[in-house]
Design a protein around this ligand. Sequence first.
Ligand SMILES: [Fe+2]
Length: 378
Amino acid sequence: MRIFPNRWSDYAVVFLAISALVYAVRRLHASKWTSRLLLAAGSGMLLVGLMLRSLTFAAMLPVRLAEMLRMTSFLALVGALGGAAVAFIWRILPRPKPDHSPERRRVLLAARAAILTSPVVATGYGVFIQRDNFKMREVNVPIKGLSKELDGLRLVQLSDIHLSPFLSEREFARAIDMANEARADLAVVTGDLITSSKDPVDACIQQLARLKAPGGVIGCLGNHEVYAKREEYVQFRGARHGIRILRDQSEILTFRGQPLCFTGVDYQYMSSDYLAGTERHVRPGMPNILLSHNPDVFRAAAAKGFDFTLSGHTHGGQITFEILHQNVSIARFYTPYVYGLYREGDASIYVTRGIGTVGVPARLGAPPEVALIRLCAI
Ligand SMILES: [Fe+2]
């Protein structure tokens, strides 16, 4: 049984994070026991995160526990790297000295204050400005063999709504209005209507029922419907409002006289056997489109014959930083498909940033979006 992963890059990341943690804790100049406690807790969570990169080890734990541990270990990773960066800049920045001019002392004091307050300022921006600053993202998706009648067909996608104390119904209503203004042919919802069982799922469904499109509203469930034990409820209540939630089901829709097959699956847990059995939904002679909350299924979807997959789940990283022209986020540790359009042979996936937030009620570098997808013949 293999409880550690076999990719060297996983070990390199954890080694780097533990080194950063040691450095940051040393620079704290805390008491011996506080330092030991921080080091033990941080390193422990980083090692658990490393072990969870092994599918064998992850499969031994209850799914919710594995996901919670994974999130905690990522927070330890971000805390260690961020803490070390702040400590390093704090150290190399010149300190104001008595022989410095008043002007220079002021600049140095301001720079040091800026470093200490930057995490607070960034969080404030993410919570109060970017969190509900919805954008419409338009994207062209090439589909091989798409008939000329279906060329230009438009789907509007909403995902990861997480209607909760951190996203009010009024804020969400703005996203619905934005989606309706796009006048798409079909509206698609790809899961995570709520975060927990206490959240207002009925209000979310009522807002989704306001979506207007000739093809109506179809969708799939996310992992938070599972956590909240709302899978059957969302499908049942959704159906009463005209929202068809597909659970290992497919539906053929006709636009401009041409059929397309839409298949929806429940949240796919991290596995080496994604989408087991879904190949039976793939119909020859028409475009096959998959709705899967988890984008990690993309390779399996392409292999099974799905031309295009719509996903969410990552929130586009929710909090991302650009380092050396690479967007770095926690989600990148989970999946290579964090945000945007990806291709595998002739197959494509679009991963939307979605609407809401989970964990930290903030977005940084990953503003919420309503996606407008245009199918294009190639
Ligand atoms: Fe989500």
